[in-house]
Design a protein around this ligand. Sequence first.
Ligand SMILES: O=P(O)(O)OC[C@H]1O[C@](O)(CO)[C@@H](O)[C@@H]1O
Ligand SMILES: [Mn+2]
Length: 454
Amino acid sequence: MMATELSVAGVPPSLSAKVVGSFAYFTVKDRFPTIVTKVIDTIHRNKNKFFEEYGEDGIQAEKQTISFLSKLRNELQTDKPLLALTDGLQDVESWNQYLQRHQRLEGDQESVSWFKSPWLYVECYMYRRIQEAFWLNPPISGYDPFNEGKTQGFFESQQAVMALCTYLEGVKKCMDELSKNQLLEHFNKLLLVSLWGNKCDLSISAGQENSQKINPLEVLNSLQPFILVDESNMVWSTLISAQKQEQPGKATPCRVDIVLDNAGFELVSDLVLADFLVSSGLACKIHFHGKCMPWFVSDVTANDFQWTIRQTMAANHKWMSKSGVQWQRYVKEGVWCYHDHPFWTQPHEFCDMAAEAPDLYTTLQRADLVLFKGDLNYRKLTGDRAWDHTVSFDTALRGFGPAPLCILRTLKANIQVGLQQGQGEKLSSEDPDWMTRGKYAVIQFYSPLSEQFN
Ligand SMILES: O=P(O)(O)OC[C@H]1O[C@](O)(CO)[C@@H](O)[C@@H]1O
Ligand SMILES: [Mn+2]
């Protein structure tokens, strides 16, 4: 099961920093070292805290972690071969096998390196190595170096969060009187807020900025021209038709899975959408999927998920705290549940999920709809390959389709499929950076049950 064969007929090569001047090249060359340096600074700034908590052992661990990370930074800046992991975590074997498969494919170990290997692989590997640096240094193994940025992103988005929760509670109050069209209107709005919430990630800005300052609902119209593909109507029909199939014997009617991306405002926008789906009866159960370790700077971990709900509950704002209390109740009652499978923090393209993580694939098959959030999920759905812009989304998925699925993504990496003939060229001539600045977005849909829609 080699995941990145470059020679599969009809499948383009993986994006890689070996293309000098490409976005992948600049990311590996400039953004990776910046991110590792930021992690080092964060640890250093927290030195006193480690001392207070763990005494001399904390100081030793801080020093040692910084030394591991400096070594990592040096390896990546000098294009050294990737190394096997040694921290004994449950996913080590799978990472090391992945490395060996690449080495076999390339014919020598030197060729599997930061600038020569697939960008998706080396970027995931960098975050896994950061995790290793901590894990090998108890007592600070569990430290999340991105936590400060994530919590700051949440606090700086307070006004937007309040506006969104006020809107949500307003809708919920009159839910019973809403016509189907009104319900659809609210659904569309909240789907768009969740889509544009993906602008708020910390990885693209190397940890600089990830907050939502203005009322997201007020800017939706002005953002409409920047949505390049909008298949939200298929998402709506999927939810409606799943309801029609609801049978008394079916254990979990209309289940929606949300594969989360970033903490901060984006997570709140996802929770608001999930609340709307449940309170409107469009869904009965929501399964959230997050990361089991700090990932791509701002991605949601179990801790971020719980923390965000607690903070929302504790807010000194009537509608915000009401929303938080409701979310806590959903979690307690099992209407919402959070999972973090190790597959989400591995470098695989999603077309390899069925083979690499059959249990996760089976889990997703139980959903009536899977909503994927964000750029990294888009890269993994499409294999992070140099597809022509006009190739269809289903072709790029290469057989991945556990259930009807939709991706809500703002463009931050130079990959985009499913466009009209000439659309990509036109965008490139108007704005050469159209794929990498988070200015444009897509809502793309695929269903393995497509006959249902024919
Ligand atoms: O949080 P998101 O939307 O997945 O964005 C992260 C993206 O940002 C980047 O760091 C930009 O290159 C990509 O590596 C990654 O795909
Ligand atoms: Mn992210």
